[in-house]
Ligand binder design. Sequence first.
Ligand code: ADP
Ligand code: ASP
Ligand code: MG
Length: 446
Amino acid sequence: MQPIVAKFGGSSLADAKQFRKVAEIVRADPDRRFIVVSAPGKRSSGDTKVTDLLYRCCELASAGKDHTPVLEQIRGRFEEIIRELGIAFALDAELDVIDRHLRTAPERDYMASRGEYLNAKLFAACLGFSFYDAAEAVRFAPDGRFLADETNALLSAALSPLERAVIPGFYGADETGRVHTFSRGGSDVTGALVARAVSARLYENWTDVSGMLFTDPRIVPNPGVIDHITYRELRELSYMGASVLHEDAVFPVRRAGIPINIRNTNRPDDPGTMISHDLPPAAAQRPITGVAGRKGFSALQVEMSLMNNEIGFGARLLSILAAHGVPFEHCPTGIDTMSVVVDTAAFNACREAVLRQIELQLRPDHLSVEDGLAMIAVVGHGMGGQRGIAARVFSAVAEAGVNIRMIDQGSSELNIIIGVDEADYENAVRGICRALSDATESENDG
Ligand code: ADP
Ligand code: ASP
Ligand code: MG
């Protein structure tokens, strides 16, 4: 039987009580042979993730300040788990290595990775599984680029002879052994890489909610769970801020056709969300699958008379951004106007230089930047060809008293993207969700 790869997030392994729950889940199905773990997360809303404590240690040590009180907090987190579970584990020796590292030349990625490293070692000891260090096979180039094919070959060769193993998420290393991490939440990516490498029949992603929710539960209370979703819909929603699964976790498993099942560690009997290439017929009927969004965008507005006649204008504008390493997110255009939506943080790193180059190379009639934009994505395969969805979404935003600053709809009709002021973001999301759920209810009633 092909194995199941199960990844457990930070809140699933935040303390000894959670370790016990997770151990029970793993033991309940002997096919759960490869387990990927995050560092201990928050135990309650006011708590701090071990990863954040590690980053803090690194900042203090790099600034020549005393990191020991924070390292002691980290020791406390792991000691409690070890004591309560009665695991034999040489924590002091491990923390001595980290302390020595901090006293020499502290590296941010190496430090951040130690939460996953220690948690995986501990959980392997708790389960009686082997520990396999991701640094051996999750491969990065020295400049930090992730190397997918090399990783797949190395991981698959390393894991196939193992009966059962616990693997730390979030990090890997380059060929010199220097540690690199994925972006935050990256243990989801490691889980997907392991699933592909061992040809898993299922990638389970265990977290603190019962699946992918229709929208962010921090904005709309109790949104429904999406029972089935396609990889493409999931990618759109997670890229746009549905933070339950890292946006890059889709690729490795999609390529291999391995379904993902998002599950709740605290409610293991809930079926969660299934993610696959196709939808069962009932799910394929629904027009909208979910709504997600995030803040922190800027729009560059470029105006130029007869822009439509100037072949290559758009390409030149985008190549200026590319030359400065700024990816563009959306690009709605008019006849003589072009807007390019970019991530504000990426743009700020080179704002002046980019604006200067646009003025110099393109000589526009008008150039301005609007900051403080939030983007909302309304996503669903079922919206393709269905009349009235966009009208419903836009009236909902208007009824919420929110001014729409930008609209973009991909030609695949998989999403509608709306730009609003950051201050209006939550209101707009609430309005859209209300209107879509009213519409679904009245369709069901009728
Ligand atoms: P883990 O530590 O298990 O990786 P995360 O915190 O990364 O968990 O992801 C789970 C959280 O994602 C949930 O607690 C929820 O607050 C948030 N979230 C945001 N949008 C969504 C959504 N659409 N569906 C489910 N959860 C969401
Ligand atoms: N521990 C890392 C973080 O907090 C990675 C993860 O949890 O997936 O981002
Ligand atoms: Mg996560």
